[in-house]
Design a protein around this ligand. Structure first.
Ligand code: ZN
Length: 146
């Protein structure tokens, strides 16, 4: 199977069978985001305990790339600390923009999003979930937890 086909398989699989679809109970952060160029919509909810993302869920609609990207992201970020998630986000966004693939992404399922960089109109679709995550991890967007 050609690599491009494999990437397409991964994206289609996540689109048809999205992981972590839904909503986190008592979410610490809720972010809604959309991509008007394609009509993609996303609502991301996270549970963050002691600086670690313990639960990530998303709801949304739109093209296969936007929804698959959110599904891939939700799987990858559960259980990792906020600074790590922010590093990962920057690496993925760079890859999507065609600015290089970090070593940690080479053998990661997330590299399925690499091919998007050849299609400028698709870059926004693939970035939607990651930009939402970046916003979600900004402390000013999280509910105060006293
Ligand atoms: Zn799209």
């Amino acid at each position: 199977m050609a690599l491009d086909e494999l990437y397409q398989e991964i994206i289609l699989d996540h689109y048809k069978h999205p992981r972590n679809r839904g909503e986190v109970d008592n979410a610490d952060v809720v972010i809604s985001s959309d991509n008007p160029f394609c009509g993609d919509r996303l609502r991301l909810t996270l549970k963050i305990d002691d600086g670690v993302i313990t639960c990530a869920r998303f709801e949304g609609q739109g093209c296969a790339i936007s929804q698959a990207s959110a599904s891939l992201m939700s799987e990858r970020i559960e259980g990792i600390a906020v600074p790590q998630a922010l590093d990962l986000t920057e690496q993925v966004l760079r890859m999507i923009r065609g600015e290089g693939v970090a070593d940690v992404l080479e053998n990661d399922e997330l590299s399925a999003l690499k091919g998007v960089s050849a299609f400028p109109t698709r870059i926004k679709c693939a970035s939607l979930a990651w930009n939402a995550l970046k916003k979600a991890l900004n402390p000013t967007n999280q509910k105060s937890r006293l």
